[in-house]
Design a protein around this ligand. Structure first.
Ligand code: NAP
Ligand code: MG
Length: 502
């Protein structure tokens, strides 16, 4: 089906897939049930998408099981070649994918064109190149023996992803899993299945064998939970909230699944007195307002040295207040709607919490007054002065909502930065080299950005500590996560004395 000219003048003419993708074919759910996916700009229905239940997940696992022997033993170079062809196909369809992503998520088109679509291709390409680079090792053991290590795929991998970067997450999740020789059953977020289904179609077109990848849109509590419990699934790679991550740990215990959990975050962004303020103001705005703050690595806590706090805030608020909020499909738009009504309401409820806690709202704290945006999921860029121990400074809001705290000593800054249950990403802005590296070592965080924020690259490990989860995506680390090690012993001494000498 096609979505034709959804909005006059936008020239939208997008191929939209709205069924499950199982065994290389698009099929309806066994139950015939569907779920609508909405355009968060106005909450209109884009299409009804088939909703997978346990019977459909079983079918997807059966298809993956049938595909696994051939796929896992295929020459790694050939698997890599298919991923490279997929990356080229994504580049060729970049504009279409970017538009579909913006339509389904509310992410501004200027970003999906410049970042999401090309980064998806780049990440698949990186793992395509990686497929035949994952070598085993010969281990120096005692004389008379050769000991070597094989890295083998884990088998059928279940992948469960959220709605904030659905297109990019196809490559983060499937790139390394497929390069390493696993077969995949992926459940997209119920809110945003469209680009994932289109990627599956492109995979089929470039020649991925049937069953290697299966996509089962549906409810997390049903299809996701069933996948996490399934005895034939060897691993779950999950990105989402810490609460769901805990449920997956429990669900996975039946067959002791391997787990990789990319969970929530509450990133501190520390600005020291000696920082380049132009760069810090701009970087801090990107850190929280890009994708409407719906990023696990968002810089959602500004920690400002008292010597520059006033000037920084004046400039930061001026910039935040000037962001062009509106229809994500308009190329001028810098901030779109949140991805769902539920998420908008959640962010607005945190604005109320901030007020109740005695926080001072310096900017925003409400939906925009523009009547053209009244039906959408919009929230204004919001800046709140809050105590580091307050709920809004401790809990992940996942929206264009940043808290501000002041500090006077480095020790205070570090204590504030490390003072949450999370540990995903954090940043600092300073010209002092020693301090920068000292903080990089001392921050309780899987990633640290110095004089930048939210840098991500397919070669660089991505993941968290503490309640932000465990395991790493990207780079060689991701390939290790999607393989298991086998140690092989060979007796190379024909005359070796037997253990029981007779
Ligand atoms: P979520 O509620 O945990 O959902 C994530 C995914 O899990 C969705 O596909 C969801 O299905 C599914 N799910 C829900 N319950 C499940 C269950 N019992 N068993 C299996 N799967 C289940 O998270 P969200 O609110 O959509 O996403 C935002 C969260 O993701 C934030 O906390 C954010 O920090 C985190 N995140 C982390 C990273 C990272 O790399 N660390 C990156 C991006 C986002 P439904 O679609 O039906 O809900
Ligand atoms: Mg949608």
């Amino acid at each position: 089906m096609k979505v034709e000219n959804m909005q006059a003048g936008q020239g939208l003419d997008l191929p939209v897939r709205n069924q499950l993708f199982i065994g290389g074919r698009f099929v309806d759910a066994e139950s015939g049930e569907t779920l609508p996916t909405l355009n968060p700009h106005d909450n209109s229905v884009i299409t009804e998408v088939a909703m997978a239940g346990p019977a459909d997940v079983d079918k997807a696992i059966k298809a993956a099981r049938a595909a696994l022997p051939k796929w896992s033993r295929m020459a790694a170079m050939d698997r890599g070649h298919l991923l490279l062809k997929l990356a080229d196909a994504i580049d060729a369809h970049a504009e279409e994918l970017a538009r579909l992503e913006s339509l389904d998520t509310g992410h501004p088109l200027r970003d999906t064109l410049a970042l999401d679509a090309p980064r998806t291709a780049v990440t698949f390409r990186y793992f395509g190149g990686m497929a035949d680079k994952l070598e085993g090792t010969v281990i120096p053991v005692e004389e008379g023996f050769l000991n070597y290590m094989l890295r083998e795929p884990v088998g059928i991998v279940g992948q469960v992803v959220p709605w904030n970067f659905p297109l990019m997450f196809t490559s983060w999740k499937m790139g390394p899993a497929l390069a390493a020789g696993n077969c995949v059953v992926l459940k997209p977020a119920e809110l945003t299945p469209l680009t994932t289904l289109r990627i599956a179609e492109l995979m089929s077109e470039v020649g991925f064998p049937d069953g290697v990848v299966n996509i089962v849109p549906g409810l997390g509590s049903v299809a996701g939970q069933y996948l996490a419990e399934h005895e034939e699934v060897a691993k779950i790679a999950f990105t989402g909230s810490t609460a769901t991550g805990k449920r997956i740990v429990q669900a996975s215990s039946g067959n002791l699944k391997k787990l990789q959990l990319e969970l929530g975050g509450k990133g501190a962004n520390i600005v020291f007195g000696d920082a380049n303020l132009d760069a810090a103001v701009n970087g801090a705005a990107y850190a929280i307002f890009h994708n409407q703050g719906q990023a696990c690595i968002a810089g959602s806590r500004l920690v400002l040295h008292e010597s520059i706090a006033d000037e920084f805030l004046e400039r930061f608020i001026k910039l935040a207040g000037s962001l062009r909020v509106g229809d994500p499909l308009n190329l001028d738009t810098e901030m779109g709607p949140l991805t769902s009504r539920q998420q908008r309401d959640r962010v607005l409820s945190y604005c109320d919490v901030a007020r109740e806690e005695g926080g001072q709202i310096l900017l925003g704290g409400k939906a925009p007054a523009d009547p053209a945006l009244a039906d959408g999921c919009y929230v204004e860029p919001t800046v709140v002065v809050a105590d580091p121990a307050s709920r809004v400074s401790q809990e992940e809001v996942f929206g264009p909502f940043v808290t501000v705290t002041r500090f006077s000593t480095d020790e205070q800054a570090l204590a504030i930065a490390n003072g949450t249950q999370y540990g995903l990403g954090g940043g600092l802005w300073t010209r002092d080299l020693q301090r920068a590296h000292k903080f990089a070592q001392s921050m309780k965080s899987g990633m640290v950005w110095i004089n930048c924020y939210k840098r991500v690259n397919p070669a660089s490990p991505f993941g968290g500590v503490g309640m932000s989860g465990y395991g790493r995506e990207m780079g060689f680390e991701a390939m290790r996560e999607y393989t298991q090690v086998k140690s092989v012993w060979v007796n190379v001494d024909a005359n070796m004395r037997p253990y029981y000498a007779r």
